[in-house]
Design a protein around this ligand. Structure first.
Ligand code: MG
Length: 396
């Protein structure tokens, strides 16, 4: 640990491109690949981060050298800097990469670095990330089980969701989300399932888990427009859904606003967005009830924290997206612990995940007791990489 007054310096940034061995381009799961970054210091302390972006693209964003003052390289800007200055470093990276970034891949890559810097700061100061993120820290958070069905037909997919939701309830979860990504451009296995079949699947799950269990539905951008969506979901209020996630393209802000006005289920969105500025549009023009920053993609814990403040100002909820490995889940958990208006985090127990990276990359998984996760007071994110697993799935 650094002695007081001694500046810690960033000395090296390492990127690892990882892929599960059974990667399937037709599967709707971004947990099949990963970019893991390690930020090293002259004190021997290392921070880890990741982001939900094609890992080769993420690595290029992080390693590209500077070419001019408005296109500085991310690694170049961080070397020699003090990792305790996390918020100042975020602004430095954002401004210095402005002509290449401001949104999209570069901001997602900044997110991986920022998570690693928060991990480092916690480790250097001997405090968990959540304790350094906000003054409302409450280490007990509520996970919801994020359930991605399986099967080649709508019937098999629906049955798998009934089975998984029942299992989630049996394990003590208080809430679960059904991934009904069965239509539209990102549909699972190329399925094209009519709306009334989706309605039947939700009804079957609701019957299986009973009226008290909290249910959410994610349709994965499955509707072409708000009017088509409204026609399909007109009876879904009977299922008492906590939210309906990503019904429309994130670019259709007017469509989001129409859904918010014309039907009672809160709309949730934001998993792909980068920076608080994109969330401002989603909140103020799209009128979403639940903002879902993915901590890596939005630009890291620093920027996710700013999005939480925007949502609080407008009386909206935060439920972060996390569909990666234990690193992202830890980042989302620390954000939730520091955010009073975050009722749930997305969480799939590693042994229920189809992704080897989710199951194996981080050596310790959060334990759920009585439907809650209690964060420890371990410094930083409180998770460590399994070096053997990192090597085994490393492809570049
Ligand atoms: Mg989703």
């Amino acid at each position: 640990m650094a002695a007081k007054g001694n500046r810690v310096k960033i000395t090296k940034i390492a990127c690892h491109v990882l892929l599960v061995p059974d990667v399937d381009e037709d599967a709707t799961s971004s947990a099949q690949d990963d970019i893991v970054v390690e930020v090293h210091t002259d004190e021997g302390v290392t921070g880890i981060g990741e982001t939900d972006l094609n890992p080769w693209i993420a690595r290029a964003c992080i390693e590209a050298p500077s070419t001019h003052t408005m296109g500085l390289g991310l690694t170049g800007m961080l070397l020699g800097q003090d990792p305790l200055d996390v918020e100042r470093l975020w602004d430095k990276l954002y401004i210095g990469s402005a002509m290449n970034g401001r949104r999209g891949a570069v901001v997602h890559a900044i997110g991986a670095l920022d998570i690693a810097l928060h991990d480092l700061r916690g480790k250097i100061l001997g405090k968990p990330c959540y304790a350094l993120l906000g003054d409302t820290a409450r280490p007990r958070i509520t996970p919801y089980a994020s359930l991605l069905g399986e099967g080649a037909t709508a019937e098999a997919y629906g049955e798998s969701l009934v089975r998984m939701a029942t299992e989630a309830s049996r394990r003590g979860f208080r809430a679960a989300k059904l991934e009904l990504i069965l239509s539209g451009p990102y549909a699972h296995g190329g399925l094209r399932v009519p709306g009334h079949v989706m309605t039947e699947i939700i009804a079957a799950v609701r019957r299986a888990v009973g009226p008290e269990f909290v249910l959410m539905v994610d349709v994965g951008y499955g509707f072409p427009d708000a009017v088509t969506c409204l026609a399909t979901i007109q009876d879904w209020h009977e299922f008492a859904l906590f939210f309906l996630e990503t019904p429309l393209s994130p670019d259709d802000l007017a469509g989001h606003a129409l859904l918010a006005r014309e039907q009672p289920i809160p709309i949730a969105a934001g998993e792909w967005l980068a920076t608080r500025y994109e969330f401002l549009d989603l909140l103020d023009r799209g009128l979403v009830g639940v903002a879902q920053p993915d901590v890596g993609r939005v630009g890291g814990l620093t920027e996710a924290r700013r999005v939480c403040d925007l949502a609080a100002d407008r009386g909206r909820l935060i439920v972060p997206h996390a569909w990666k490995t234990g690193v992202s889940i830890a980042a989302a958990a620390h954000l939730a612990a520091a955010t009073a208006h975050c009722p749930y985090i997305e969480f799939l127990p590693s042994d229920m995940s189809g992704s080897a990276l989710r199951r194996e990359l981080v050596s310790r998984d959060f334990a759920m007791v009585d439907g809650y996760i209690e964060l420890s007071d371990q410094p930083g994110l409180g998770v460590e990489l399994d070096r053997d697993v990192l090597e085994r799935y490393s492809v570049a």
